[in-house]
Design a binder for this molecule. Sequence first.
Ligand code: SF4
Length: 299
Amino acid sequence: MSIDTITDLQQAVEDAAAHLYVWSLKDIPQDLRDALRGAAERESHAVGKRILETITTNVAIADERRSLVCQDTGLAVYVVRMGEGFPLHPVRVEQALRDGTRRATLGHSLRSNTVHTLTRVATGDNTGHRIPHIHWDFVPDWDGLDVKCIPKGSGSENMSFLKMLTPADGLPGIKRFVIDSIVDAGGKPCPPGIVGVGIGGSADLAMHLAKEAIARPVGSGNPDPDVAALERELLALLNETGIGPMGLGGDTTVLSVHIEQAHTHITLNPVAVNYQCWAARRASAHIHADGTVDYDRDV
Ligand code: SF4
Protein backbone atom coordinates (compact mmCIF):
# COMPACT_ATOMS: atom_id res chain seq x y z
CA MET A 1 0.00 0.00 0.00
CA SER A 2 1.43 3.40 -0.94
CA ILE A 3 2.26 6.10 1.60
CA ASP A 4 -0.45 8.32 0.10
CA THR A 5 -3.09 5.62 0.55
CA ILE A 6 -2.03 5.05 4.17
CA THR A 7 -2.15 8.78 4.83
CA ASP A 8 -5.61 9.01 3.21
CA LEU A 9 -6.90 6.10 5.32
CA GLN A 10 -5.53 7.64 8.51
CA GLN A 11 -7.25 10.88 7.52
CA ALA A 12 -10.53 9.00 6.98
CA VAL A 13 -10.32 7.51 10.49
CA GLU A 14 -9.49 10.94 11.95
CA ASP A 15 -12.45 12.52 10.11
CA ALA A 16 -14.73 9.74 11.40
CA ALA A 17 -13.56 10.23 14.99
CA ALA A 18 -14.10 14.00 14.79
CA HIS A 19 -17.60 13.47 13.41
CA LEU A 20 -18.50 10.76 15.94
CA TYR A 21 -17.46 12.81 18.95
CA VAL A 22 -19.63 15.80 17.95
CA TRP A 23 -22.53 13.68 16.67
CA SER A 24 -22.70 11.63 19.87
CA LEU A 25 -22.72 14.76 22.02
CA LYS A 26 -25.55 16.43 20.10
CA ASP A 27 -27.86 13.66 18.99
CA ILE A 28 -28.71 10.82 21.36
CA PRO A 29 -29.77 7.42 19.93
CA GLN A 30 -33.41 6.64 19.14
CA ASP A 31 -33.52 3.68 21.55
CA LEU A 32 -32.53 6.02 24.38
CA ARG A 33 -35.11 8.63 23.32
CA ASP A 34 -37.80 5.92 23.29
CA ALA A 35 -36.73 4.64 26.72
CA LEU A 36 -36.82 8.14 28.23
CA ARG A 37 -40.21 8.93 26.67
CA GLY A 38 -41.66 5.59 27.79
CA ALA A 39 -40.38 6.14 31.33
CA ALA A 40 -41.92 9.63 31.41
CA GLU A 41 -45.28 8.19 30.34
CA ARG A 42 -45.19 5.41 32.93
CA GLU A 43 -43.76 7.36 35.88
CA SER A 44 -46.35 7.64 38.65
CA HIS A 45 -44.52 10.07 40.94
CA ALA A 46 -45.18 13.73 40.17
CA VAL A 47 -41.59 14.93 40.72
CA GLY A 48 -40.10 12.00 38.84
CA LYS A 49 -42.47 12.58 35.94
CA ARG A 50 -41.62 16.28 35.81
CA ILE A 51 -37.89 15.52 35.72
CA LEU A 52 -38.31 12.97 32.92
CA GLU A 53 -40.41 15.46 30.94
CA THR A 54 -37.73 18.11 31.51
CA ILE A 55 -35.11 15.69 30.18
CA THR A 56 -37.14 15.02 27.02
CA THR A 57 -37.67 18.77 26.57
CA ASN A 58 -33.92 19.28 27.00
CA VAL A 59 -33.29 16.72 24.25
CA ALA A 60 -35.81 18.43 21.94
CA ILE A 61 -34.17 21.84 22.50
CA ALA A 62 -30.74 20.34 21.76
CA ASP A 63 -32.17 18.94 18.49
CA GLU A 64 -33.71 22.29 17.55
CA ARG A 65 -30.60 24.35 18.31
CA ARG A 66 -28.14 21.65 17.26
CA SER A 67 -26.49 21.99 20.64
CA LEU A 68 -25.14 19.49 23.13
CA VAL A 69 -27.59 17.44 25.20
CA CYS A 70 -25.34 18.01 28.24
CA GLN A 71 -22.50 20.44 28.89
CA ASP A 72 -20.24 17.63 30.14
CA THR A 73 -18.45 16.49 27.00
CA GLY A 74 -17.02 13.64 29.02
CA LEU A 75 -13.85 11.67 28.70
CA ALA A 76 -13.50 10.41 25.15
CA VAL A 77 -13.75 6.61 25.02
CA TYR A 78 -13.69 4.54 21.83
CA VAL A 79 -14.55 0.88 21.36
CA VAL A 80 -12.68 -0.38 18.29
CA ARG A 81 -13.08 -3.65 16.36
CA MET A 82 -10.26 -3.99 13.89
CA GLY A 83 -10.08 -6.64 11.20
CA GLU A 84 -6.72 -8.36 10.69
CA GLY A 85 -6.79 -7.19 7.07
CA PHE A 86 -7.49 -3.50 7.74
CA PRO A 87 -4.58 -1.80 6.02
CA LEU A 88 -3.63 0.68 8.77
CA HIS A 89 -1.48 -0.17 11.78
CA PRO A 90 -3.19 0.19 15.20
CA VAL A 91 -0.60 2.84 16.13
CA ARG A 92 -1.91 5.01 13.29
CA VAL A 93 -5.55 4.25 14.16
CA GLU A 94 -4.85 5.41 17.71
CA GLN A 95 -3.20 8.58 16.40
CA ALA A 96 -6.19 9.24 14.14
CA LEU A 97 -8.66 8.84 17.01
CA ARG A 98 -6.58 11.20 19.13
CA ASP A 99 -6.28 13.79 16.32
CA GLY A 100 -10.00 13.54 15.56
CA THR A 101 -10.90 14.09 19.21
CA ARG A 102 -8.62 17.12 19.38
CA ARG A 103 -9.93 18.56 16.12
CA ALA A 104 -13.57 18.17 17.19
CA THR A 105 -12.89 19.78 20.56
CA LEU A 106 -11.06 22.79 19.16
CA GLY A 107 -13.17 23.16 16.01
CA HIS A 108 -16.51 23.06 17.82
CA SER A 109 -15.42 24.84 21.01
CA LEU A 110 -16.32 21.79 23.09
CA ARG A 111 -15.57 21.92 26.78
CA SER A 112 -12.23 20.27 27.45
CA ASN A 113 -12.22 18.16 30.60
CA THR A 114 -8.88 16.38 30.40
CA VAL A 115 -6.32 17.23 33.06
CA HIS A 116 -3.09 15.72 34.46
CA THR A 117 -4.27 13.59 37.36
CA LEU A 118 -1.74 15.00 39.89
CA THR A 119 -1.15 18.57 38.77
CA ARG A 120 -4.72 19.04 37.46
CA VAL A 121 -3.25 21.07 34.57
CA ALA A 122 -5.66 20.95 31.63
CA THR A 123 -4.54 19.86 28.18
CA GLY A 124 -7.26 22.00 26.58
CA ASP A 125 -8.21 19.59 23.82
CA ASN A 126 -9.74 16.50 25.45
CA THR A 127 -6.65 14.42 24.78
CA GLY A 128 -3.81 13.47 27.10
CA HIS A 129 -1.56 10.63 28.18
CA ARG A 130 -3.56 7.45 27.32
CA ILE A 131 -6.63 9.59 26.58
CA PRO A 132 -8.79 9.03 24.59
CA HIS A 133 -9.05 5.57 26.03
CA ILE A 134 -9.47 2.85 23.42
CA HIS A 135 -10.93 -0.63 23.92
CA TRP A 136 -9.41 -2.88 21.24
CA ASP A 137 -10.83 -6.02 19.75
CA PHE A 138 -9.11 -7.75 16.79
CA VAL A 139 -11.15 -9.78 14.33
CA PRO A 140 -9.69 -12.50 12.05
CA ASP A 141 -10.55 -12.81 8.33
CA TRP A 142 -11.91 -9.28 8.00
CA ASP A 143 -10.57 -6.03 6.54
CA GLY A 144 -12.88 -3.46 8.18
CA LEU A 145 -12.69 -1.13 11.17
CA ASP A 146 -15.62 -0.39 13.50
CA VAL A 147 -15.32 2.60 15.82
CA LYS A 148 -17.84 3.44 18.51
CA CYS A 149 -17.48 6.71 20.43
CA ILE A 150 -18.83 6.85 23.99
CA PRO A 151 -18.13 10.20 25.68
CA LYS A 152 -18.34 9.36 29.40
CA GLY A 153 -19.58 12.07 31.78
CA SER A 154 -17.89 12.31 35.16
CA GLY A 155 -21.09 12.24 37.23
CA SER A 156 -21.79 8.72 36.11
CA GLU A 157 -18.17 7.58 35.75
CA ASN A 158 -17.52 8.56 39.37
CA MET A 159 -20.17 6.00 40.29
CA SER A 160 -18.06 3.01 39.23
CA PHE A 161 -17.55 0.18 41.67
CA LEU A 162 -15.56 -3.03 41.81
CA LYS A 163 -15.70 -5.85 44.31
CA MET A 164 -13.75 -9.07 44.39
CA LEU A 165 -16.43 -11.33 45.84
CA THR A 166 -15.66 -14.89 46.86
CA PRO A 167 -17.16 -17.83 44.99
CA ALA A 168 -19.13 -18.57 48.17
CA ASP A 169 -20.86 -15.19 47.78
CA GLY A 170 -22.33 -16.60 44.56
CA LEU A 171 -25.17 -15.02 42.64
CA PRO A 172 -26.78 -13.49 45.77
CA GLY A 173 -23.53 -11.64 46.44
CA ILE A 174 -23.46 -10.28 42.87
CA LYS A 175 -27.05 -9.04 43.13
CA ARG A 176 -26.46 -7.47 46.53
CA PHE A 177 -23.35 -5.64 45.32
CA VAL A 178 -25.10 -4.21 42.24
CA ILE A 179 -28.11 -3.05 44.28
CA ASP A 180 -25.94 -1.58 47.08
CA SER A 181 -23.83 0.27 44.49
CA ILE A 182 -26.85 1.91 42.85
CA VAL A 183 -28.49 2.75 46.19
CA ASP A 184 -25.24 4.34 47.42
CA ALA A 185 -24.91 6.29 44.16
CA GLY A 186 -28.38 7.81 44.63
CA GLY A 187 -28.86 10.87 42.42
CA LYS A 188 -25.16 11.47 41.76
CA PRO A 189 -24.90 9.68 38.37
CA CYS A 190 -27.84 11.66 36.86
CA PRO A 191 -30.36 8.78 36.81
CA PRO A 192 -32.20 7.18 35.14
CA GLY A 193 -29.52 5.57 33.03
CA ILE A 194 -27.95 2.27 32.12
CA VAL A 195 -26.32 0.08 34.75
CA GLY A 196 -23.39 -1.73 33.17
CA VAL A 197 -22.30 -4.83 35.05
CA GLY A 198 -19.20 -6.89 34.35
CA ILE A 199 -18.91 -10.28 35.98
CA GLY A 200 -16.03 -12.71 35.84
CA GLY A 201 -12.52 -12.49 34.44
CA SER A 202 -10.02 -10.53 36.53
CA ALA A 203 -10.48 -7.16 38.28
CA ASP A 204 -9.53 -5.19 35.15
CA LEU A 205 -11.55 -7.39 32.81
CA ALA A 206 -14.68 -7.09 34.99
CA MET A 207 -14.57 -3.28 34.76
CA HIS A 208 -13.76 -3.46 31.04
CA LEU A 209 -16.88 -5.63 30.56
CA ALA A 210 -19.02 -3.24 32.60
CA LYS A 211 -17.93 -0.41 30.29
CA GLU A 212 -18.68 -2.48 27.20
CA ALA A 213 -22.12 -3.25 28.65
CA ILE A 214 -23.11 0.43 28.77
CA ALA A 215 -22.22 0.79 25.08
CA ARG A 216 -25.07 -1.52 24.04
CA PRO A 217 -28.43 -0.15 22.83
CA VAL A 218 -30.82 0.52 25.71
CA GLY A 219 -32.72 -2.64 26.66
CA SER A 220 -30.70 -5.00 24.46
CA GLY A 221 -30.59 -8.31 26.29
CA ASN A 222 -27.48 -10.41 26.67
CA PRO A 223 -27.66 -13.39 24.25
CA ASP A 224 -27.09 -15.82 27.14
CA PRO A 225 -30.61 -16.49 28.54
CA ASP A 226 -29.34 -16.88 32.14
CA VAL A 227 -27.54 -13.56 31.95
CA ALA A 228 -30.55 -11.90 30.30
CA ALA A 229 -32.80 -13.18 33.11
CA LEU A 230 -30.45 -11.62 35.66
CA GLU A 231 -30.57 -8.33 33.73
CA ARG A 232 -34.38 -8.32 33.93
CA GLU A 233 -34.41 -9.26 37.61
CA LEU A 234 -31.93 -6.53 38.55
CA LEU A 235 -33.85 -3.94 36.49
CA ALA A 236 -37.04 -4.73 38.43
CA LEU A 237 -35.24 -4.72 41.79
CA LEU A 238 -33.43 -1.44 41.12
CA ASN A 239 -36.63 0.28 40.06
CA GLU A 240 -38.22 -0.83 43.33
CA THR A 241 -35.67 1.22 45.30
CA GLY A 242 -37.66 4.41 44.70
CA ILE A 243 -34.50 6.47 44.08
CA GLY A 244 -36.10 7.80 40.91
CA PRO A 245 -35.05 10.37 38.31
CA MET A 246 -32.15 12.50 39.58
CA GLY A 247 -32.53 10.73 42.95
CA LEU A 248 -35.63 12.73 43.86
CA GLY A 249 -37.99 9.77 44.06
CA GLY A 250 -39.97 7.79 41.55
CA ASP A 251 -40.46 4.50 39.76
CA THR A 252 -37.63 5.01 37.26
CA THR A 253 -34.21 4.66 38.86
CA VAL A 254 -32.63 2.96 35.85
CA LEU A 255 -33.67 2.51 32.21
CA SER A 256 -31.83 -0.73 31.68
CA VAL A 257 -29.35 -3.19 33.15
CA HIS A 258 -26.76 -4.63 30.78
CA ILE A 259 -24.45 -7.44 31.88
CA GLU A 260 -21.36 -8.77 30.13
CA GLN A 261 -19.57 -11.80 31.50
CA ALA A 262 -16.37 -13.81 31.14
CA HIS A 263 -15.14 -17.04 32.65
CA THR A 264 -13.04 -16.56 35.75
CA HIS A 265 -10.62 -18.32 38.10
CA ILE A 266 -12.05 -21.06 40.32
CA THR A 267 -11.36 -18.92 43.41
CA LEU A 268 -12.52 -15.58 41.95
CA ASN A 269 -15.94 -13.91 41.66
CA PRO A 270 -15.30 -10.33 40.44
CA VAL A 271 -18.18 -7.94 39.83
CA ALA A 272 -17.92 -4.39 38.47
CA VAL A 273 -20.56 -1.70 38.06
CA ASN A 274 -20.19 1.16 35.59
CA TYR A 275 -23.14 3.58 35.55
CA GLN A 276 -24.14 5.45 32.42
CA CYS A 277 -26.30 8.56 32.97
CA TRP A 278 -29.53 9.43 31.14
CA ALA A 279 -27.39 11.18 28.47
CA ALA A 280 -26.09 7.80 27.33
CA ARG A 281 -24.32 9.05 24.23
CA ARG A 282 -22.92 6.76 21.60
CA ALA A 283 -22.25 6.90 17.86
CA SER A 284 -20.44 4.55 15.49
CA ALA A 285 -18.74 4.35 12.12
CA HIS A 286 -17.68 1.50 9.91
CA ILE A 287 -14.54 2.34 7.95
CA HIS A 288 -13.92 0.19 4.89
CA ALA A 289 -10.43 -0.76 3.77
CA ASP A 290 -10.72 1.71 0.86
CA GLY A 291 -11.40 4.60 3.27
CA THR A 292 -15.13 4.97 2.67
CA VAL A 293 -17.16 5.42 5.85
CA ASP A 294 -20.69 4.36 6.87
CA TYR A 295 -22.13 6.03 9.93
CA ASP A 296 -24.59 4.20 12.14
CA ARG A 297 -25.55 4.24 15.78
CA ASP A 298 -24.15 0.77 16.34
CA VAL A 299 -21.83 -1.22 14.10
S1 SF4 B 1 -23.36 12.48 34.42
FE1 SF4 B 1 -24.24 12.61 32.34
S2 SF4 B 1 -26.09 13.89 32.46
FE2 SF4 B 1 -24.88 14.16 34.37
S3 SF4 B 1 -23.65 16.00 33.96
FE3 SF4 B 1 -22.37 14.22 33.38
S4 SF4 B 1 -22.78 13.83 31.18
FE4 SF4 B 1 -24.38 15.22 31.95
